[in-house]
Design a protein around this ligand. Sequence first.
Ligand code: AGP
Length: 612
Amino acid sequence: MCGIVGYLGNKEAYPILINGLKRLEYRGYDSSGIALFNGDMEIYKCKGKVERLESLKNKDSSSASLGIGHTRWATHGPPNDKNAHPHVSNNGDLVIVHNGIIENVESLRTLLIEKNYSFKSDTDTEVLVNFIEYVQKEEKVSLEEAVRLSLNQVIGAYAISIISKSHPDVMIAARLGSPLVLGLGNKEFFIGSDATPFLDHTKKVIYLEDGELARISKQGISIRTIDSDKPVDAIIHQLQMDLESIEKGGFEHFMLKEIYEQPTSIQNTIRGRLFPEKNEIKMAGLEMISSNLKVANRIIILGCGTSWHAGLVGEYLIEEFSRVPVEVEYASEFRYRNPVINSNDVVIAISQSGETADTLAAIKLAKESGACVFGICNVVGSSIARETDAGAFTHAGPEIGVASTKAFTAQVTVLAMMALYMGKIKNKLTKTKFREIALEINKIPEKIESILKLDSAIKTISKSLKGFNNSLFLGRGFNFPVALEGALKLKEISYIHAEGYPAAEMKHGPIALIDKKMPIIVIAPLGGLYEKLVSNIQEVKARKGKIISITGFGQSEVKSLSDAVIEIPDTLDCLSPMLTTIPLQLLSYHVAVERGCNVDQPRNLAKSVTVE
Ligand code: AGP
């Protein structure tokens, strides 16, 4: 996700800002920029790494002791020089950096265009800085009041920092839904998306809270609430964490941080797209291919690894809601088996990185055959995002851990919304059913929050697994793909051999493997085929398998049959993969830690398989 850094003090701002941006690189980015105020505003910004930004700096320019900087993780508009932050208002006075998404950007843009404003970039950020300029002119108020009034008109999530030519010793910072930290030095002040950019300058910090705006000057910091303009008595904290632990948000590994990010990442996936009461899904990419979807007789889903598992969940969702046949293919097989591809097929290509070579090649093959290809990616500007005819970004934020977690639940969330959209345009989904499912999707983040509270109990269970060398994951229906995904998680980070199976398949061979040395993880949420799964658990129990069950609250029969039970909230059967996968992610994580494995960079694996 984006990174913000700011400095106001008595030192040279440039080296502090550049080093601060380098400290934020771990967050993932595609472009960067800085603004320096030295009597005039000096702005450098470009696509690519911070090193490229450094090469742009005019070495002869006069020194500046005020400035802001930004690393961009693209959400609105592709990664390029013009979309990089900072952005400047039309009158050249205001300069802004921003992390987040402005949902009502189009209505603000329309208003500003009517007032003869123009835009150089595709970003929501440039709209915001011009809206602030407009409000300041219209209301004839101070800079901080113009920012406050403007933010009261904004819908969405933001962390912003603003400086102004006409206010040479002031920095404004404000946040709602994206983090911002203020650093207090000796007659100098810092801003950061976290404390990493200025940790070696000061460990005295103020955590700006949601709905707060700070005015920072050499006289000090004043904080007020954005909605009611009330003063806030800020608490100054003395940081104890070191640099590395801050980058991981205080978690031991990126993977655990990303597992815990899922309530937020799913909210970001849904944001501005799901409208239960209007019976509506708003996704520009789907609008672009709606005519293709209307006539499609078949959907082909392509992916690798976890993305392929998400595709399997997508198959069950799309067929259930729209009655359109779906085939899910490993991209690596599809590209070489001379598949039958019809021109009215719609192909969905799923990829977190957007750079997986097999998936990219399979997309090109499908396009050569005239099929329409829709991409579901997490990285804006990635090769797959650019190659597909249309698409939807998962907005899960950078996924650093090699084992995919939040990307999977975000992919399934996009597929669920896509299935609703298709069910509606195919007239196969009643308004009542659409609303029921859409309302339940909105409840998923809070239900994941409650599952994350089981972490220590799951850690205890993981200790009983660490000594085994084999395992079986069983699921049925919507949770068969989750059995595959849970097995992949365990095998790729703990190196325990793990297989996922449709539970009913046990009697066709795998049951021969079961004895007391074989742990069996059974995914048996309430609803769906729960009763069938209970009898599958009984079959395993009769052969002395060690059973760990994931089920609903108070299921005494499953409890009596299992060696360990993880009870999770109920949801609709079709949405249960978004919940049942969470305990499996945590279980695999803790087993790998117990076994002393390198959780974030498992042996032999890469985060993105960009070669065959
Ligand atoms: C998942 O935990 C693995 N890291 C791997 O299977 C991954 O899902 C696969 O390589 C596909 O990557 P992509 O989603 O970036 O295309």
